[in-house]
Design a protein around this ligand. Structure first.
Ligand code: SF4
Ligand code: ZN
Length: 275
């Protein structure tokens, strides 16, 4: 698996020799596997640096345990870690959002806030890139989700490497995008990684769960389905790259972050929560 991840990194030109990579580490199997593999890979690039960035969403009895495991892994691997919290950044926790019974699921808010929190943490440590632990299963589920949401251009704008042509957002890389969830579980057990097994009490992405079951069934009956879908998405990105317009960016009126609108998505959500 190490060799496959190395090949993925090379194929998509994910890393420069002097990159400072902020690795998003939650304490789950995927992110701890990513961190341990990138630490090994980094040994070949003496001028590069890795810092773990972790987000405390404020989910009692769940995230506390994961953050402790992430802290321990960083200690063992000799990696510096920065933890940022929703409470400090946004003044609200995911538990509090869940209690409000807003129109959307807690995940809808939590996902947007996490993206922003990781960005902020990466900027705070002076990173040049962000690495996230999305695996093959996550990637192909998202491709199908975007199709079912009628948003093909979102498929074009996503992928193993996200580079902002305007240079306003840090590049994001997904070195595990060719590795299946099953392989990661196996790797984590075989290498003795101490990861969090519990699932989030607010997890409620019903459509993604249905897609996960469907893809697992298909892949069992027709081995290679997930890889084929991944390759199809890659091909679509090549063919439709010029069809995905790049919008102009303003500064969010509240937080100053780049956004195509008056307010960034997170500030818009915070306004809706406060209303
Ligand atoms: Fe946040 Fe939803 Fe993930 Fe829980 S499952 S951490 S609420 S995005
Ligand atoms: Zn904002």
């Amino acid at each position: 698996m190490e060799e496959r991840v190395r090949r993925t990194v090379m194929k998509h030109h994910m890393l420069e020799h002097n990159d400072h990579v902020a690795v998003a580490v939650s304490g789950g199997k995927d992110s701890l596997t990513l961190l341990s593999l990138l630490v090994k890979l980094e040994e070949r690039f003496p001028k590069s640096k890795i810092t773990a960035v972790s987000v405390d969403e404020g989910i009692e009895g769940y995230r506390d345990e994961a953050l402790e495991l992430a802290r321990k892994a960083c200690n063992d691997l000799g990696v510096e870690q920065l933890v940022v919290s929703y409470q400090d950044l946004f003044g609200i926790t995911t538990d509090e959002i869940a209690q409000k019974h807003l129109g959307q699921t807690p995940c809808a808010y939590c996902g947007v806030f996490r993206r922003k929190a990781i960005n902020k943490a990466a900027m705070m440590v002076g990173a040049t890139k962000i690495a996230t632990a999305h695996n093959l299963d996550d990637e192909v589920q998202t491709v199908l989700l975007n199709m079912l949401h009628g948003d093909p251009l979102r498929i074009v704008r996503s992928g193993p490497v996200l580079r902002d042509p305007r240079g306003r957002f840090l590049p994001r890389i997904k070195p595990l995008c060719d590795v299946s969830e099953k392989e990661i579980v196996l790797y984590a057990y075989l290498t003795g990684l101490d990861f969090q097994g519990a699932t989030c009490p607010h997890g409620s992405e019903a459509l993604r769960n249905d897609i996960r079951s469907f893809l697992n069934q298909m892949d069992q009956k027709h081995p290679g389905t997930k890889f084929t879908l991944q390759r199809t998405a890659e091909r679509l990105r090549e063919l439709l790259f010029d069809a995905a317009p790049v919008s102009e960016l303003n500064e969010c009126e509240k937080c100053g972050d780049p956004t195509p609108h008056r307010l960034c998505e997170a500030c818009l959500m915070l306004e809706a929560i406060a209303a």
